[in-house]
Design a protein around this ligand. Structure first.
Ligand code: PLP
Length: 374
């Protein structure tokens, strides 16, 4: 696809790790860097003001994309930092997590709170919640980065709200494939990364609903997050500014701005294509008698599978065919334990992938079996 020169040479099937970036993003970052590079929210000269304008315009676009208000959008380094802000900023609580979580939505909670777990059942491809249990915060992924399973998040949040619990959604995997509406979901927090939606690394988003902002203490303290500082004490700024200490990745935010436009123009066609490719891949895996996980319920374009060759060997052999897949535990070790494996091969699609990518993958898988098993 012409907007992504790198995939003309490569069968890139590791989009759950990070997506490739369109030329439009590169242009926006170049334009910013060469013409407007200045710190944001500081200098009162033209390029300083332009820099601030780019950040604030991007904030509005993000807010618009998820149906929030700009005063509810915090820029972070990524999903991990966004979740850490909430996990470290809330008072010690009881947290309801799922066994599908990426470590980013598991480890921070486990370090600073009491956690209870809703188990994943691979046979039904469902997470079993027990809403009779007591908890203060539901922190759940929207879509698994291993099985692609999509959780009934709106319903789960509704039940959590009946218990007056807070709700955080890890939207890292879903955000590049499906439009999200935070008001409709009813969540208090939503976290995602720009680099999983055709944007740059180093930029992420934490949505914090206005009504709960005061419940979260900032994670990072310093410049640009204060109202007044004296030798004796510091008065913090109100609202989202409290969560954005220090200088942001402004060039990255300029690129994210272009990526958001790009996604808005393409999301429908892209998700249709990803859906078709996922079905095609599952058919081909069935033909080869290769076991894959999940995909019995609502799922996204992420497929994990195992065959009679170690995932690392599979990935290395596929590399000879210019096919990039992920092999490993995918930062989801509690889920690996549930699936009874230590690692899987994972294919994940983006809008620019083609049937040819899947065909090349299958050819490589056959070769991997031939090389290792003889
Ligand atoms: C579901 C999920 N949550 C969180 C993360 C962490 O994202 P980041 O590394 O951009 O902070 C990932 C990354 O793969 C993910 O898949």
């Amino acid at each position: 696809m012409k907007d992504f020169p790198i995939v003309q040479e490569l069968h890139y099937l590791d989009n759950a790790a990070t997506t490739q970036r369109p030329l439009q993003l590169v242009e926006a970052m170049k334009d910013y860097t060469l013409k407007f590079n200045a710190n944001a929210h500081r200098g009162i000269y033209s390029i300083g003001e332009k820099s601030t304008e780019i950040v604030e315009d991007t904030r509005k676009k993000v807010a618009n994309w998820i149906n929030a208000s700009p005063e509810e959008i915090v820029f972070t380094k990524g999903t991990t930092e966004a979740i850490n802000i909430v996990a470290r900023g809330l008072k010690k609580s009881k947290i309801y997590l799922t066994q599908l979580e990426h470590h980013a939505n598991f480890v921070p909670w486990q370090q600073f709170h009491e956690v209870i777990i809703a188990n994943y059942d691979e046979n039904t491809d469902k997470v079993n919640f027990d809403f009779e249990k007591e908890f203060d915060v539901l922190a759940t992924t929207y879509m698994s980065n291993v099985t692609g399973s999509i959780l009934p998040v709106k319903e789960l949040i509704r039940k959590a709200k009946e218990k007056r619990a807070l709700a955080l959604v890890d939207a890292a995997q879903v955000i590049g494939h499906k439009k999200i509406d935070v008001k409709d979901l009813g969540c208090d927090f939503l976290a995602f990364s720009a680099h999983k939606m055709y944007g740059p690394t180093g930029v992420g988003v934490l949505y914090i609903k206005k009504e709960v902002q005061e419940l979260v203490k900032p994670l990072i303290y310093g410049g640009n997050m204060i109202k007044n500082v004296t030798l004796e004490k510091t008065e913090l700024a109100q609202g989202i500014q409290r969560f954005e200490a220090g200088t942001m990745d402004i060039a990255g935010i300029a690129g994210f701005n272009a990526a958001l436009d790009y996604l808005a123009q393409n999301i429908e066609n892209f998700s249709l294509n990803e859906e078709k490719l996922t079905c095609y891949l599952l058919e081909k895996l069935d033909e080869q008698k290769i076991k894959y996980f999940g995909h019995k319920n609502s799922s996204g374009p992420v497929v994990s599978f195992v065959l009679d060759v170690h995932p690392h060997d599979v990935s290395t052999i596929l590399d000879r065919y210019n096919v990039c897949i992920r092999a490993g535990h995918h930062c989801a070790q509690p889920l690996m334990q549930c699936l009874g494996v230590v690692a899987t091969c994972r294919v994940s699609f983006a809008g620019y992938n083609t049937k040819e990518d899947v065909d090349k993958l299958i050819q490589g898988l056959k070769e991997a079996r031939r090389v290792i098993n003889g």
